[in-house]
Write a protein that binds this ligand. Sequence first.
Ligand code: M6P
Ligand code: ZN
Length: 195
Amino acid sequence: MNRDHVLGRTRPFGIALDTPVRKPASPRRLADLAGLFADEEARKAAADRVVYRVDAAPVPEQQWELPFSITTVEPGDVSGELFMTRGHVHETPDGEMYYGLRGHGVLLLFDGTGASWVEMRPGAAGYIPPGWAHRSVNVGIDPYRFLAAYPGSAGHDYDAVLRDGMGARVFRDGGGFAVLDAGGNPVPEAPRHSL
Ligand code: M6P
Ligand code: ZN
């Protein structure tokens, strides 16, 4: 790729992270999340409830670009399973970075064999390594909001998650939450580093 070609494509800009970026994209409701929660009947019964929305910066999903977006997941659950995004794996095995802005979340990760997770609070960064499926879960009582930045070449494959799941589900547990594998065993949290 030659530099002159990419230089003509997009222009610098800034965005205030905590105000609506553009007109919000159409919200994802429980009606749009078929086959993802363990209790499918309970999901259908509450089909109109808004689960999350994604506000994307005006960056094209093309190689060499770095698209970013703010996702807001509402608090709530389906039979105790906490509200979450659809979840996807990248079509090309690009990594991604999340940064917590508001509320309390879990970044759930799955490499096709085992699950892992990162607790997300305002100011926390979570790393999604190449090839790992990822989903965001609101484990708090307020909306959970985070910034995501990923290579423009990545693409979104949703079928892999529908077919194979995420290796774990996140449930309400008393006043807190539990990340459990298919056998009902707790999944260990990923290590947390300081810079
Ligand atoms: C983050 C990023 C986006 C993604 C969004 C919602 O903002 O990972 O690429 O679209 O979360 O997740 P999903 O597409 O899985 O519903
Ligand atoms: Zn992604």
